[in-house]
Design a protein around this ligand. Structure first.
Ligand code: PLP
Length: 230
């Protein structure tokens, strides 16, 4: 049995240690607990231990958890989102990190209920330029960010990336540095962005070293999943 409370504390200690080591202000990195594949009971257990923000990847699974959850939590959608499922997400989530098409952004803006605050979004960047991967290419980001930032019911907060798995710390840093540099280019063009969603269980420290403001951590909190990320 995984003790979620202990694991959560370990991960938070690692986040704080990395903040200190890389001269990041304490509390500048938000921990998103990635709860995909885990039942609502595990989320409630993490919430009881003080965790407030949860990341989900799958539409049906996340809807049933959110609709059955009696706690007031912050929900972040981080998985690939098909356009025909966007309405369900627009009305339930606080954040979508995985906006990878202009069309999807337009739908989310149109479908965000008027009595809710704007939906926080990140643009997913295909930083390794892999044809099989979702996300905008680095050279597309500036133009699309301008268009998306005009949409009324969205708030563009920054960039998100899922680099190809890599065990080498310096290589991890190099990739995260590229994402941070891309974000800086947008900031230099007067865009008000405050979020870099990057770093997971295996590369969190390198991401924090390069400026991550949200790390998305599943395995290190909840244990190994029975089925992997598609
Ligand atoms: C599953 C997933 C994570 C968490 O990965 P771990 O290696 O379990 O920490 C983070 N981000 C995205 C987009 C994911 O799909």
């Amino acid at each position: 049995m995984v003790n979620i409370k202990q694991r959560l504390k370990q991960v938070l200690d690692q986040v704080h240690a990395a903040e200190e080591k890389y001269q990041r202000p304490r509390g500048s990195v938000k921990l998103l607990a990635v709860s995909k594949t885990w039942p609502l009971e595990n989320i409630v257990e993490a919430a009881a231990a003080g965790q407030h923000c949860f990341g989900e990847n799958y539409v049906q699974e996340s809807i049933s958890k959110i609709d059955n959850c009696t706690e007031k939590l912050e929900w972040h959608f981080i998985g690939h989102l098909q356009s025909n499922k966007s309405r369900e997400i627009a009305s339930r989530f606080d954040w979508v990190h995985s906006v990878d098409r202009l069309k999807l952004a337009k739908r989310l803006s149109k479908q965000r209920p008027g009595d809710m605050t704007p939906l926080n979004i990140c643009l997913q960047v295909n930083i390794d330029n892999e044809p099989s991967k979702y996300g905008f290419l680095a050279n597309e980001v500036a133009a699309v960010a301008k268009q998306i930032s005009q949409l009324p019911n969205l708030k563009l907060r920054g960039l998100m990336a899922i680099p190809a798995p890599c065990d080498n710390f310096e290589q991890q840093r190099t990739t995260f540095h590229q994402i941070a540099a891309l974000q800086q280019q947008l900031v230099d063009q007067e865009m008000e962005l405050d979020t870099l969603s990057m770093g997971m269980s295996g590369d969190m420290e390198a991401a924090i070293a390069e400026g991550a403001t949200i790390v998305r951590v599943g395995t290190a909190i909840f244990g190994p999943r029975n089925y992997p990320t598609p």
